[in-house]
Design a binder for this molecule. Structure first.
Ligand SMILES: [Mg+2]
Length: 304
């Protein structure tokens, strides 16, 4: 495990560092609270073992800053303390610490506390992953796929390489639910998700955007032709075979709106989704089971 140590006393720091390394952990050592805070801003550490008393920024202040920053991933904090008494533990807990080890520590205690930390961290990670996925289809959920799109748009802008976006909607899905029940609707959604995943390239991402709407983020699709090829492949795979809903086989198809991110206008996730959505609307109007490409963002909208 990656562990950050914050300890101003050199001897304690070296002893703790050596003990943790001996246990097979990857250790980064900081000699002050401030140095530890800087390290945490550079990279994620699942575990921080911090001294309480340090000159420039003490352990409590470090805890408070970490909890106030609320990164996407959890940092489990163990405070090292020579202090004892209920009051100070409570103060530590209120600041955001998860556990305490009294100095001088013995190895057994350290091993036991690390085991607890690992258990809690594994649980956090499971919950974090669950929170990003749609329970029915196993795809990314709306928040996660939109966040991915935002991230990819930033990267596309930095690298000056446009990005493809496809918004798709299953045709006549409402009638599946109305005619065959929600169980059949769920079976159709699950099958659609499987077919979507299998028609993606490894660097494309797909999420469930709404009820029967899915959003595909395709970083490799620099050109309109590429994004159209991808959209058509998805359309083909969705419509390829009827879906088994138990009592019968149901035909399935989808309509798609594709868009390529602009190279001359700063466009955010909402704006490109809106263009893809307008194209999707045209695909629906045009008879469904088809793909429409969004026109490029007009040059006229460039802000002066
Ligand atoms: Mg100290």
């Amino acid at each position: 495990m990656k562990i950050l140590i914050a300890e101003d006393d050199m001897t304690s720091r070296l002893v703790l560092g050596a003990t943790l390394k001996k246990m097979g952990h990857q250790v980064t050592a900081a000699s002050s609270g401030r140095e530890a805070w800087d390290a945490l801003n550079q990279e994620h550490f699942p575990l921080l073992i911090s001294d309480w008393m340090m000159p420039d920024m003490d352990g409590l202040e470090l805890c408070r800053r970490i909890r106030a920053a609320q990164g996407a991933r959890y940092t489990y904090i163990i405070l090292l303390t020579a202090l004892s008494g209920k009051g100070s533990y409570l103060e530590g807990l209120d600041a955001g610490a998860d556990d305490f080890i009294t100095k001088p520590f013995d190895e057994d205690t350290l091993v036991a506390r690390l085991r607890v930390a690992q258990r809690i961290l594994a649980l956090h990670e499971t919950l974090r992953i669950q929170a990003m996925h749609d329970a029915l289809t196993g795809l990314w959920n709306r928040a996660a796929i939109v966040e991915n799109l935002t991230h990819e748009l930033d990267r596309a802008r930095r690298d000056a390489r446009p990005l493809g976006v496809v918004l798709l909607d299953l045709d006549h899905f409402k009638s599946v639910n109305d005619t065959h029940g929600h169980g059949a609707g769920d079976a159709v959604l699950k099958e659609a998700a499987q077919r979507l995943k299998s028609s993606m390239r490894c660097y494309d991402k797909v999420g469930r955007y709404g009820g029967e709407e899915f959003l595909v983020v395709a970083p490799g699709c620099a050109q309109c032709e590429n994004v159209l090829t991808l959209a058509e492949r998805i359309r083909g795979s969705i419509a390829a075979e009827a879906v088994d809903i138990g009592e019968q086989m149901l035909a399935m198809s989808c309509s798609l709106g594709a868009a390529v991110s602009s190279t001359h206008v700063r466009e955010d996730a909402a704006a490109i989704i809106e263009r893809a959505d307008a194209a999707l609307y045209r695909a629906k109007e045009g008879g469904r089971n088809r793909t429409e490409l969004a026109p490029e963002t007009p040059m006229a909208t460039i802000s002066q």
